[in-house]
Design a protein around this ligand. Sequence first.
Ligand code: SF4
Length: 135
Amino acid sequence: MDYKNTLTTCVYCGAGCQIYVETIDGQITGVWPAKTHIISEGKLCIKGWNVTEFVNSPDRLKTPLIRKEGQFVEASWDEALELIASKLGAIKNESGPDSIGWLASAKCTNEENYLMNKLARAVIGTNNIDHCARL
Ligand code: SF4
């Protein structure tokens, strides 16, 4: 039996409570709050206790979908990212960088939100970036 407790961060809000995800043979078997974490101090809200429920959901998207002739069709990540880059590039060229806006998410880590900020400001060239917590 391969038993692991992996320290990670709850993805449901910006409080960023740390949790241990317990797995046995690669299957999630439990979630435990990190007692020494500065925010959670050994406690979690109901969302945190159930944060892993989506992992094995049959409704979970595991591959990008691209709309073709009105239908969503599975695509590779390369194909999806190429399409996004070409569409954003065309919009930027046609209407300028400030015609594009970005919405980051409290469900992402600080590092992911930082990268979103860099993508908006350094790559696209716009300050139009906001966060779902302000919506
Ligand atoms: S456990 Fe609750 S309060 Fe903590 S990060 Fe998750 S959703 Fe937010």
